[in-house]
Design a protein around this ligand. Structure first.
Ligand SMILES: NC(=O)c1ccc[n+]([C@@H]2O[C@H](COP(=O)([O-])OP(=O)(O)OC[C@H]3O[C@@H](n4cnc5c(N)ncnc54)[C@H](O)[C@@H]3O)[C@@H](O)[C@H]2O)c1
Ligand SMILES: [Zn+2]
Length: 340
């Protein structure tokens, strides 16, 4: 499948399939280019070896985890490019999850004011979300994604076979973003959740198309692209609140955030349970609200919240922090149902 992202100055293709690493040459012209591949130490080496059969490159393997998305590793990659005398016509490939694609995309957007980059996402989250919207970033001084750019890749190559090594919890974590895509825009994705293994490719492809719609219509997130943040205001609040106990992954936190915001909570619960999302701890709504206020650097009393009353139709509503607190309190009994 070939999905084109049509942006005025920088259209690019997302190619999906199985066992397609070896076809990378058909989608990008590597001739006389230097290539650096950046990956992390959880990604099986055989993926690099598969690429080695068809293109030549040097590579850099970074430690896995969010901590790698920092200024130190940003500089480490820049240093490699400089030492290997990469020019503006050369190319860098991100082979990994969202951490690698955010970091490498940011490097690509700044080295010599921008060199080509290619995303080969290896996690469901990166396939559905992180590798395709053109947002790049690193974390700094404890603030997530605070330094970054909008910079589109030249190519995204999605090989579903790479998911075979992804741990199941990470696999499900990414699929929450597909659940989100369904709730905000394409209700048909929900039906595919009835048999995830069988429908996996279609779930990912339809979710990419949802993201495509929002990105093409609002590349820099000044208006409707904000809808993609459904579940994320509470999600980020939960991520911060549970950060110390390391309880929740990003998608899991967003899933719980969505649960609080949908009308039909029973239905959302069944899908979260299908994805094995669980939370055994209670939360203090006052502290979550403080995290949300900090996250948004809020000085006034309202926040734009994305709501979904009917699956497939999202809207934005200015909401006071008192209302947010009510939603957090009211949803508690449902969140408790995710206990194991
Ligand atoms: N730019 C965007 O639009 C955007 C959107 C969503 C999320 N993000 C960012 O993406 C990051 C989260 O992405 P993620 O969930 O992919 O995190 P990640 O890159 O940390 O990957 C999750 C874990 O799975 C491992 N992994 C990935 N693919 C694997 C595979 N095929 N086999 C074995 N192990 C594998 C990784 O090593 C890591 O330990 C966050 O930093 C988030 O801010 C960015
Ligand atoms: Zn997300």
């Amino acid at each position: 499948m070939d999905i084109e992202i049509n942006l005025k100055e920088h259209a690019y293709h997302i190619i999906t399939g199985r066992n397609i690493l070896q076809d990378i040459n058909s989608y990008y012209d590597f001739s006389s280019k230097k290539v650096l591949v950046v990956s992390d130490d959880n990604i099986p080496f055989r993926y690099l070896e598969a690429l080695k059969k068809v293109i030549s490159f040097t590579y850099l393997i970074l430690p896995h985890g969010e901590k790698t998305k920092d200024i130190t590793h940003f500089l480490e990659i820049q240093n490699q490019l400089l030492e290997q005398e990469f020019s503006r016509k050369d190319v860098i490939i991100a082979l990994g999850g969202g951490v690698i694609s955010d970091l490498v995309g940011f490097v690509a957007s700044t080295y010599k004011r921008g060199i080509d980059f290619i995303n080969i996402p290896t996690s469901t989250l990166a396939m559905i979300d992180a590798s395709i919207g053109g947002k790049t970033a690193i974390d700094f001084q404890g603030v997530k994604n605070i330094i970054g750019t909008f910079y589109q890749p030249k190519l995204v190559l999605i090989d579903f076979d790479l998911l075979s090594s992804l741990p199941i919890r990470q696999f499900n974590n990414g699929l929450v973003e597909a659940l989100k895509a369904s709730y905000i825009y394409d209700p048909t994705i929900l039906d595919l959740f009835e048999n995830i293994p069988q429908n996996l490719e279609e779930i990912i492809i339809r979710s990419i198309k949802v993201k495509k719609y929002f990105v093409e219509n609002d590349e820099k997130e000044t208006s409707i692209r904000k809808i993609l943040n459904f579940g994320h205001t509470f999600g980020h609040g939960f991520e911060s609140y549970f950060a110390l106990s390391n309880t929740l992954y990003h998608g899991e936190a967003v899933g719980i955030g969505m649960l609080l915001l949908v009308k039909d909570k029973e239905k959302m619960l069944t899908y979260l349970q299908k994805l094995d999302i669980s939370l055994n701890e209670d939360y203090d709504e006052n502290q979550i609200i403080e995290f949300i206020k900090n996250d948004k650097k809020k000085t006034n009393n309202t926040i734009s919240l994305i709501l979904v009353d009917h699956i497939g139709e999202a809207y934005i509503k200015e909401t006071t922090f008192d209302e947010l607190k009510n939603i957090l309190q009211g949803g508690k009994e449902y969140v408790r149902r995710l206990r194991k």
